[in-house]
Design a protein around this ligand. Sequence first.
Ligand code: PXL
Length: 283
Amino acid sequence: MKELKRVAAIHDISGFGKCSLTVALPIISAAGIETTVLPTAVLSTHTGGFTGFTYRDLTEDIAPIAAHWKSLNIQFDAIYTGFLGSFEQLDLVGRFFDDFKTDHNLILVDPVMADNGELYKIFPKEFPAGMKKLCKKADIIVPNLTEAALLLDEPYNPGPYTQDYIESVLKKLSAIGPRKIVLTGVYFNDAELGAATYDADSDKVSYAFDQHISGYYHGTGDVFGSALLAALLNEFTLAEAAAVAVRFTTSAIRKTAAAGTDLRFGVHFEQSLPELLKDLKLI
Ligand code: PXL
């Protein structure tokens, strides 16, 4: 048997609502990859549409956890970050990258901070500038189109998009530093929704689309990012990995829509895991 690949997943854990670690851990593990978790906060629910949630900040634990892992000489094939709650957390995670980056591993930053043209209410308006600094250290970033506009300090364009617009956004995002970009929420018509990728090393752009199911389903960015990383670590190309992640996310949304679940409660990714594993040729 080959050694397992290992990811460090650095996100909050929102007890209810299926996002961040409650999504990353099961999806990446199911794809045959060891998932080490660094929880940055514990919440009762995510912050998207719930009121009265609890929030236990774990910022103080980040450096000691990293130091302990370092003392054990633990190495990671990828470091995956998502929701980070403060400038201090952005700084600490940047230092984690400096400590654990190697010539062979992949730093994937999902700059979770906004959707539908709006910065999440819990973030100050300066937050995107802090997130941009973290993105500079990443090999691959996975923004949606709202996050892309904030990273580029440009007005949000609600779409439908043109290929020219998407390709110019991809290239400007890559100029921030990451060699690979995966942009989510891309659509050229109302029937299909998906992702665009750009690889600066080959100067290649790719697109992956699936059926557009309307509605704002919470946690889909984390489902997408986790499946994307799982595919990349299973040796799929960037374009193939984005297509796998689009299919998996759409499948989970389709099941959630059919069940009529409250959109805040997260998507039924659990029931789509067998499809993901088939797509990844693991079963
Ligand atoms: O899915 C992104 C996310 C993760 N974690 C928390 C959130 C959100 C989005 O709202 O609130 C705590």
